[in-house]
Unconditional design. Structure first.
Length: 597
């Protein structure tokens, strides 16, 4: 219209500009006058309706085109897509998502509860399935588990052990409160000793741990009653720090007495050595029954249980007077007290090798071996036990006579083959007599396990491996399985057949084979292998591969069979190394070569 045309500013072109204001006016005029044709302006109603229309879709990357000459497009020419996209979450959708998440949380919580009860996914399947299908699911699950289960613990690394200690009966012979130096009738020799003997029980222990008792017997010999009191107090005190301090005092006084005996030659400086009976009393007071401590009757004991338990009547009156608890003085196994007793015995056998005769030394070996089978001591390194055993074996005078007797008694300490192997491994291997004892004892145990009685007797000091050739063929798992099956049938005697499943019997057979092969390794342990036994070692190597190795059928699920086969391979490699280090007899270059006569 004419009015609109009059309102439109006129187009002006200038060749020069004198100021920035003029430049701005010229640019704005060019933008407004860029279109030659008149364009219509939208009304207010149209602008308000644009807000309710859906937003346009985002243009694709390739759909972008360069802008036209017009720098600003008019608002009505914007292209609006007819497709409506809603980005708002409806209330129904939010409620549905919340219910689904709540159901997943309940399912997860229920699964965790089932896992804690040992039911696992099976309990969820039982709820989903009907009552008729529950039994089918359970049976299928059992079959699946049984088919694909892997057995790894059939051959344990640790021996089963035995329950040697009964802590409820500890402290029946004497306790900390019943032991008192006032009752020892010791005549004090100086003021410090008089102070200690006149003090109360608690004050006596404090004076001992602080070193006053050691000072009291620097110039005067220590009476045997004080030695015995220290030995028993060390073994019965439940505080391991106090027990260790008492051991230190006891060893200091013993070493000082031995030094004074050598320097002065005075017979009053007498070393106190606890007898086997006093050592047995200490262990019985820790909670071991006398028959459980020394279960064997050979060699004959010069004391019995009645002599040891004769002290119980006097102690019970003292316990009733002092109201001592009858539940036992130890709440757990007194490992520290046991080790302290062994440490003191190591000192006694070292400074006085003739203190014990051969019979007493054999009893000490049996006592130590029996205590070492305690189930709680499975993971305890018994280094002090081995040191004492080494010293005991060195002190035996008639070794050739006592060694077979010692082997016979040690082979009867336990009925389980792994416990017997533990006794063999407890003996010192870094000692000549210890290695001899380990070899002959291993041979006796093999004979006992395979013959059901010990038919092997040590003939010479050196181990004759020719006896092992007779037993190696019978160590194959199939032969052991047959003997175990026969024994299981005899033990049932009319009970339900199949009580012992074949899987259990197979595990027992390989368990026994593993320990038998370990004992066979002990038999062939030599510092220098004798050339006279090379032929027997060759025979052992052939039989090991032919009978034992070829008899093992490995299975991915039965890892214990692979463990036995690995032991067979390592044993064969060890024997081959021994053969490489020894030369054939009679000038042979090779075992298969016979010299020309």
């Amino acid at each position: 219209s004419a009015s609109s045309e009059s309102a439109k500013p006129s187009r002006r072109w200038r060749t020069g500009f004198n100021s920035e204001e003029e430049d701005y006016d010229a640019d704005l005029a060019c933008i407004l006058d860029s279109d030659e044709e008149d364009e219509e302006l939208i009304t207010l109603e149209e602008i308000m309706t644009l807000g309710s229309k859906p937003l346009p879709e985002t243009p694709e990357k390739n759909s972008y085109r360069a802008p036209s000459q017009n720098l600003v497009s008019p608002l009505p020419k914007v292209v609006v897509s007819t497709k409506q996209v809603s980005y708002n979450n409806s209330l129904e959708r939010l409620l549905k998502e919340k219910e689904e998440s709540r159901g997943l949380e309940e399912l997860e919580r229920k699964l965790q509860d089932d896992i804690k009860r040992g039911m696992g996914v099976l309990s969820l399947a039982e709820e989903e399935e009907s009552t008729d299908e529950d039994g089918i699911v359970v049976e299928e699950h059992k079959v699946f588990v049984q088919k694909f289960s892997v057995i790894t613990d059939a051959i344990p690394d640790l021996h089963p052990g035995e329950e040697i200690f009964e802590l409820s009966s500890s402290g029946k012979l004497f306790t900390v409160t019943s032991l008192d130096l006032k009752n020892s009738e010791v005549q004090p020799q100086n003021a410090l000793e008089k102070l200690i003997l006149s003090s109360g029980r608690e004050q006596q222990i404090v004076l001992v741990t602080q070193g006053f008792l050691s000072q009291a017997y620097k110039l005067a010999p220590c009476p045997s009653h004080v030695f015995k009191w220290l030995f028993q107090m060390m073994a019965v005190h439940s505080d391991f720090l106090v027990s260790g301090q008492i051991l230190k005092t006891l060893m200091d006084i013993t070493l000082h007495t031995a030094h004074q005996r050598v320097e002065t030659g005075d017979p009053r400086w007498e070393i106190w050595i606890p007898s086997v009976k006093e050592v047995s009393v200490v262990f019985v007071n820790m909670g071991i029954r006398f028959k459980n401590l020394l279960p064997v009757t050979h060699p004959r004991l010069y004391f019995n249980e009645e002599e040891i338990m004769g002290q119980l009547a006097a102690v019970q009156g003292e316990q009733m007077r002092t109201k001592v608890s009858q539940e036992g003085v130890f709440s757990h196994l007194p490992e520290t007290n046991i080790i302290n007793v062994v440490k003191f015995l190591v000192l006694c056998t070292s400074i006085s090798p003739d203190a014990y005769n051969d019979e007493d030394l054999l009893l000490l070996v049996l006592l130590l071996a029996r205590v070492s089978l305690e189930k709680t001591l499975q993971l305890t390194p018994l280094i002090d036990f081995q040191c004492l055993l080494e010293q005991i074996l060195e002190n035996i005078q008639a070794w050739d006579t006592k060694m077979p007797e010692l082997c016979m008694t040690l082979s009867d300490l336990s009925a389980h083959h792994h416990n017997l192997l533990r006794v063999v491994q407890l003996l010192p291997s870094f000692h000549t007599r210890g290695r001899q004892l380990r070899g002959h004892l291993s041979m006796m145990i093999i004979s006992k396990l395979l013959d059901e009685r010990c038919t092997y007797t040590p003939e010479t000091k050196e181990q004759q491996i020719s006896h092992l050739c007779h037993y190696l063929v019978r160590m194959k798992p199939s032969a052991l399985l047959k003997s175990i099956e026969a024994a299981a049938v005899e033990d049932q005697q009319g009970e339900l057949q199949g009580q012992h499943s074949m899987a259990d019997l197979d595990q027992k057979a390989y368990y026994l084979a593993f320990n038998l092969l370990t004992l066979a390794n002990e038999v062939t342990h030599f510092d220098v292998f004798p050339s006279s036994q090379r032929a027997h070692l060759l025979q052992l190597s052939r039989e090991l591969e032919k009978h034992v190795k070829c008899d093992i059928r490995e299975d991915p699920r039965l890892l214990y069979r692979s463990k036995v086969k690995d032991l067979v391979a390592r044993t064969y490699a060890k024997w081959q190394e021994l053969l490489q280090r020894t030369l054939p007899d009679q000038g042979k270059l090779h075992d298969y070569w016979e010299p020309v006569l």
